[in-house]
Design a protein around this ligand. Sequence first.
Ligand SMILES: CC(C)(COP(=O)(O)OP(=O)(O)OC[C@H]1O[C@@H](n2cnc3c(N)ncnc32)[C@H](O)[C@@H]1OP(=O)(O)O)[C@@H](O)C(=O)NCCC(=O)NCCSC(=O)C[C@H](O)C(=O)O
Ligand code: MG
Length: 285
Amino acid sequence: MPSIARPLRSVLYIPGSKPRALDKARGLPADAIIFDLEDAVIPEEKVAARATLAEALETGGYGARMKIIRINGLDTEWGADDAKAAAAMGADAILLPKVNTPADLDALAAITGDVPLWAMMETPLGMLNAAAIAAHPKLQGMVMGTNDLAKDLQTRFRADRLPMMAGLGLCVLAGKAYGIALIDGVYNAYKDDEGLKLECDQGRDMGFDGKTLIHPAQLEGANTAFTPSEAEVELAQRQIAAFEECEATGQGVAVVDGKIVENLHVATARETLAKLEAIAALATE
Ligand SMILES: CC(C)(COP(=O)(O)OP(=O)(O)OC[C@H]1O[C@@H](n2cnc3c(N)ncnc32)[C@H](O)[C@@H]1OP(=O)(O)O)[C@@H](O)C(=O)NCCC(=O)NCCSC(=O)C[C@H](O)C(=O)O
Ligand SMILES: [Mg+2]
């Protein structure tokens, strides 16, 4: 299972129709940006948003942040033209909403060619097909659409997200099996830092690489939650040192803080340190 080298702790949605927000994002500490042409843009502005976004990306200035364009569905009047335009904008990936089957990605790839694809996982059918979707050769990331999922499940929002756990879990399993990026859904109450922290921690513990965000005020919370803590880094260093010491004496198991450390734990410890290095490298780019 390949691990994701590029940090994707904070993935900020920006409406493609809002020049001020598009400009502000050039200075925000987001690991990735989703330039949105779908739900954040009203129908009357959809066509103009395409040109506004093309101009912003042409101007550039987004640095090392990963640039992802979310287009409208191919079953809408804007989808095909969005796809053609997005393919020419030099983005790192194109994100397709409401992906139900791998055939949806085939249809997009027929328009966008070699551009990597990401999938919004936000319908019950899409989540049931998560493994087949994750296996698509062009797919490099999945983004959870928890608002649309809640709508389709006819569920109420709960702090523990219990009603959507089955769907999120299927996507995590599928994403890990095929080594693609996995980004959790948005937290709608963008002024509630404590609630955001709880949901980020939950997503991080489930195995997500980061969280989608709707407002700059959420960036710090997500970046902190998805960065290895000082305690995690210090433990990883001690685990590696203890295991190497044991190995030198011909033993395969070390004990740290009363818990066994085997080669698989050392692999996780090394991944923790590598993740921290990748985050530090991003800050200097
Ligand atoms: C939620 C908002 C409508 C709030 O906007 P606003 O009232 O303008 O916020 P502020 O006045 O607090 O903004 C302060 C400054 O920050 C800039 N700003 C705000 N939001 C963003 C952003 N997302 N990216 C970049 N910059 C942003 C403002 O321009 C202000 O700047 P300045 O004037 O220079 O001080 C708004 O935040 C918003 O529209 N957010 C995005 C909403 C969105 O993208 N929704 C769609 C994605 S969610 C979704 O679809 C998930 C999925 O599909 C699912 O099903 O779950
Ligand atoms: Mg959605």
